[in-house]
Design a protein around this ligand. Structure first.
Ligand SMILES: Cc1ncc(COP(=O)(O)O)c(C=O)c1O
Length: 343
């Protein structure tokens, strides 16, 4: 696929902002080029706009070249930039199989891009026929979330590949929860598909939600477009440094993930024993979707005991469902204790 043809014409023509750090790349003893305050502090200089050191770390961990990586202020930034780069407001449309993560819809609405929703199947997998019938010449993006939020399951790999081979725009596979499954995900397929975009984040398995570091992986043609339109210093210097440090702690992250997975399986078994629980859906993420009698009331009753979960009961295919994040062992016990009392 020729990606340059998918880019909005005004973005293709855009001359990007060139920061002082772009204009002069060497090292000097006196910097009078960026209107910074000269008096030393930890924060008086602008950060690296291209996050080179952080990207080198991510590249090593993910086994993918740095030129395939875009770092955003959370995954929400690349989601928004993909709309701005590829979708003409009031003209183009995107496909969002649902239920799924809410930001795709919010971002589409902010950018005035029409949304075509397609329901997932009752077991939360892709309906490829329905998706294929829904796109037209103005369909630019297809959002697939795997493992899916709020259902927790992986989408069928075979079906995603089928869509990568047939969809006429970019296929965005959001893998925010990929570390909680044994499946490898789609990173290794980036080299094979010019229309594949993979989103990952440091907010979940790495435990760094407050740093707001989202990662977008794709072939360099797409990465270059995102770099062209991003705010110049989109990741603060301190957050780049903290993320670089945290990425050294692979063992700690892995231990954390294993503990969360073990707790997920324990919680699932315990929840299934409650008489009010109708179903606990299979999950490869750090949360469980639970069909429970009187979900709304249960949600309120839990809040009264200081435990907050997510009420998803008004979401398509999620009637009577709560989405419960896996917490620490004592948090999970507290949740269960309350649910048992209400049972
Ligand atoms: C599927 C999915 N993608 C992305 C995000 C947001 O990630 P970030 O914190 O990197 O913006 C979330 C957050 O809940 C999510 O569920």
């Amino acid at each position: 696929m020729d990606i340059t043809k998918l880019v909005r014409p005004n973005i293709s023509k855009l001359k990007p902002y060139s920061s002082a750090r772009d204009d002069f790349k060497g090292s000097a003893s006196v910097y009078l080029d960026a209107n910074e305050n000269p008096y030393p502090s930890d924060f008086n200089r602008y950060p690296d706009p291209h996050q080179q050191k952080l990207k080198t770390k991510i590249a090593a961990i993910k086994n993918i070249p740095a030129e395939n990586i875009f770092v955003g202020n959370g995954s929400d930034e690349p989601i928004d930039l993909l709309f701005r780069a590829f979708c003409e407001p009031g003209v183009d449309n995107v496909l969002i199989p649902e239920p799924t993560y809410g930001m795709y819809t919010v971002s589409a609405n902010i950018n005035n891009i029409a949304i075509r929703n397609i329901s997932l199947t009752p077991d939360f997998d892709l309906d490829v026929d329905a998706i294929s019938k829904t796109w037209d010449k103005n369909t630019k993006l297809l959002f697939l979330c795997s493992p899916n939020n709020p259902s927790g399951n992986l989408l069928s790999e075979e079906k995603i590949i089928q869509l990568l081979n047939t969809f006429p725009g970019l296929v965005i596979v959001d893998e925010a929860y990929i570390d909680f499954t044994k499946q490898p995900g789609f990173l290794s397929k980036i080299k094979d598909y010019s229309n594949l975009v993979v989103l990952q984040t440091l907010s979940k398995a790495w435990g760094l939600a407050s740093l707001r570091i989202g990662m977008c992986f794709a072939q360099p043609e797409i990465i270059q477009v995102l770099n062209k339109i991003k705010p110049p210093y989109n990741i603060s210097g301190i957050n780049q440094q903290l993320a670089e440090q945290a990425l050294k702690e692979v063992t700690r992250k892995e231990k954390n993930v294993q503990e969360i997975i073990a707790q997920r399986e324990w919680l699932k078994t315990e929840l299934k024993q409650l008489s009010s629980v109708r179903q606990v859906f299979p999950s490869e993420a750090n949360f469980l979707l639970v069909k429970i009698d009187q979900a709304r009331e249960k949600y309120q009753q839990l809040i009264q005991t200081g435990v907050v979960v997510r009420d998803r009961s008004s979401v398509i295919l999620c009637q009577d469902c709560l989405r419960i994040t896996v917490g620490t062992p004592s948090e999970n016990q507290q949740l269960l204790k309350t649910l048992k009392k209400l049972d």
